[in-house]
Write a protein that binds this ligand. Structure first.
Ligand SMILES: *Cc1c(COP(=O)(O)O)cnc(C)c1O
Length: 396
């Protein structure tokens, strides 16, 4: 993690093919583009790689989430159950369609606790949105069973987990739709971009139009398209798609490197009494972008974070971070949304001004993640593992 570490010849070649035609837009210009359709090709490549029938590229992971929600019929007043630990884009997308984010506790999988999900269901609940954080999966069997029992939509925010699987199936392909981000720090990147995947043709057709002003893309040319519903511009460009295409073809190499490097770090840390690891419902499917572990107390986690950083290694203590964990989401708690449903939303959001999540705090206050890089040599990985273990040990 992430793909930007390894830009090279393959990315340049794909981008140059687009620049040579001069057609930077993904639709239209059929003649001058000389058969170069990078966005279409990337959609095809992702569908093939993740074994899903439909992929719709978007301009970002945030717009992929918004697009998926619109295509799934989520809107004003609908409650979407989501975790207290995620990236802010997850709740931004909920707000953008006028829906209400209902936060529930995370457990030691670092995402939705199925018991907390079930307890939060009301007659207005429409969707459960697990976020597959830090490269690995939620407990999807349990969440899927809850959605089936209560007739709810399962939308997987897999923006951080491209290439990860659960019991052999790609994350994102198990719910009604799943989303990915290809922003600059994700597993594969094209600077800015995203995707929605789905097994449902109707959902896909809506995503296709929604991201391009409602075009049905069925005309003999762009000018002859009809517009069966209102859409927006959430298109990806050919230049971005070209970079993504080179990166997705390297995914298996990236995953193999991450998994090998992570194993070395994990083995070193596993020897320390008192350290436990994030629970992975299917360890074989982990994309291994991060090693996430727990210390016995918040005090020890703070000390260990400082010691790891002092040793020159990266450490994320999400508990203090205002992008990823509820505790510091001041803008969420104040929910100053600029949408037509602002008044209705604000009333529903009042509860968060005083709400606390002790069960999430008990998990996130003890959790540290360290990223796994692609460019480490064997020696460097071993040296890092040793330093990491020593730093953690010093905090206990
Ligand atoms: C990165 C991310 C997004 C949004 O992706 P962008 O491409 O940056 O808009 C959404 N959800 C999660 C969990 C993310 O990490």
């Amino acid at each position: 993690m992430p793909g930007y570490e390894l830009f090279g010849h393959a990315e340049r070649k794909e981008v140059n093919e687009v620049l040579e035609t001069g057609i930077l837009m993904r639709y239209g210009f059929d003649g001058p583009r000389k058969g170069i359709w990078k966005a279409k090709e990337l959609e095809h490549e992702i569908s093939k790689r993740l074994n899903v029938p439909y992929t719709q590229l978007t301009s970002s992971g945030t717009s992929a989430l918004t697009t998926a929600m619109a295509a799934l019929g989520l809107g004003a007043g609908d409650e979407i159950i989501m975790p207290t630990f995620t990236f802010v884009a997850s709740f931004e997308s909920v707000f953008s369609v006028g829906a209400i984010p209902v936060l529930v506790d995370v457990d030691d999988t670092l995402t939705l606790d199925p018991k907390a999900v079930e307890a939060a269901i009301t007659p207005r609940t429409k969707c459960v949105m697990p976020v597959h954080m830090c490269g690995a999966m939620a407990d999807l069997d349990a969440l899927k069973a809850i959605c089936e029992k209560h007739n709810l939509i399962l939308l997987e925010d897999a923006c951080q987990s491209f290439g990860a699987t659960y019991k052999g199936k790609a994350l994102g392909s198990i719910g009604h739709a799943g989303t990915f981000s290809f922003d600059f720090v994700k597993t594969i990147t094209c600077a800015e971009g995203g995707a929605v995947i789905t097994n449902d043709k109707e959902v896909y057709v809506k995503c296709d139009g929604y991201t391009d002003h409602g075009h049905d893309h069925l005309g003999v040319d762009r000018g002859a398209d009809l517009h069966p519903f209102i859409g927006y511009n959430y298109r990806i460009s050919e230049l971005h798609a070209a970079v993504g295409l080179a990166q997705v073809r390297r995914l298996d190499d990236f995953l193999a490197t991450q998994r090998a490097n992570k194993k070395v770090l994990k083995d070193a840390v596993a020897a320390i009494p008192g350290v436990t690891f994030r629970r992975l419902p299917d360890e074989a499917g982990d994309s291994a972008t991060f090693l996430s572990f727990f210390l016995p107390t918040e005090e020890a986690a703070r000390k260990a974070t400082a010691a790891i950083k002092a040793a020159g290694l990266p450490a994320f203590f999400w508990f203090d971070n205002n992008w990823h964990y509820f505790r510091q989401w001041q803008h969420f708690k104040q929910s100053a949304v600029l949408t037509p449903f602002a008044a209705q939303l604000q009333q529903a959001m009042e509860v968060y001004k005083t709400r606390t999540f002790p069960a999430s705090d008990a998990i996130m206050g003890r959790c540290i993640s360290t990223p796994i890089n692609l460019t480490w040599s064997k020696e460097e990985t071993a040296a890092r593992a040793k330093k990491l273990a020593e730093a953690i040990q010093s905090a206990l």
